[in-house]
Design a protein around this ligand. Sequence first.
Ligand SMILES: NC(=O)c1ccc[n+]([C@@H]2O[C@H](COP(=O)([O-])OP(=O)(O)OC[C@H]3O[C@@H](n4cnc5c(N)ncnc54)[C@H](O)[C@@H]3O)[C@@H](O)[C@H]2O)c1
Length: 343
Amino acid sequence: MPLKVAVVGCGGIGNTHGPIYKKHPLAELVGYCDIIPEKATKSAERDGVKHWPSVQAMLQDVGGELEAVSICSAGADNGGDHYTPTMECLEAGLHVLGEKPISNSVEHAREMVAKAQEKGVYYGINLNHRFTPPASKAKEWMKEGRLGTPLLCNMTMWIDNPNESSPWFHIRALHPHSLDVMRFFCGNARKVQAFFNHAPKADGPDGKRVCWSNAQVNILFENGVVGHLTGSYDTNTAHNLERCEVMGTDGRFVLDNCFEELTFYPRRSMELTVIKNSIMGGISGFGETFDKRINRWLEQVTAKVPREEIEASGEDGLAVQEIIEAAISSWEGNCVVDLTAAG
Ligand SMILES: NC(=O)c1ccc[n+]([C@@H]2O[C@H](COP(=O)([O-])OP(=O)(O)OC[C@H]3O[C@@H](n4cnc5c(N)ncnc54)[C@H](O)[C@@H]3O)[C@@H](O)[C@H]2O)c1
């Protein structure tokens, strides 16, 4: 039986999740919900499903039959609105696939993860950048020991985004993705240190952007890997969105542009392995990372896997949020933040 699913929040991203469910054999799209009723109506009419002006109205109408929701609200730092609808849906016993960032508040993120645990439901986050065939291949190489002992991880993620809604919009809204890819390969972070700057802006305060639009973050992982994230809102995605490099005692890989190309550089030979996404039956464009991620979510929920096996889980979303808040604390406090000592 396909999983009965609704989408909460009908902006561009809710309207990406919905049609993926609509065509997926493991899902039955029941309807759309938005506190701006016309947005829910428009999406629902397009897809021939129900619509509701609030989560409460949705639960009253179809709470008994619904099994899962995508929460695609946004809010401050693109995550401030997730808490209320997520808690309402978790409380009602629904499985939740939330958008990233899990929240702009680490306290709210902890509460949502705890609520999902308490209710025994699945909680996933749309950390879609790790759901690509080259990323899976690189992870396989690491498991096989092809890199030897992992030592270094360098990650770059940058886009052109003029958003000035908050000083921390860049690190909180964009870098759940980059930090999740780093954690995917290197595990949990132990210590974090960061520097930020603002790009020049003629009409900004002191001639600069409000947003800390460039970040350099150092991370010591629990397994001893030393990692570095370079992030920016002041460059052009067209020249490359992201690059992840992991080096070990026996070689290193470079994962280029999230899904496009994976190269292995062995330490003791010149024989490279180059894998192009097109020959892995992979992804034709960034949008398909959503299909891959939602497909995996549906497979895992349908198969009733143990909760701790959910890939890109609420716990993973919380872990990257903890790194982000540590980076902010490091910059504001001029210190290295030890995550193992955090409360
Ligand atoms: N995974 C990715 O690659 C990726 C890419 C871009 C954006 N995002 C994330 O997707 C999310 C949504 O982005 P967007 O651009 O569609 O935002 P948006 O602001 O266009 O849409 C959000 C919608 O949610 C609705 N909403 C807010 N609170 C609600 C509630 N309690 N109940 C029902 N509806 C509610 C709003 O009315 C709005 O229509 C953000 O968290 C963003 O960070 C993810």
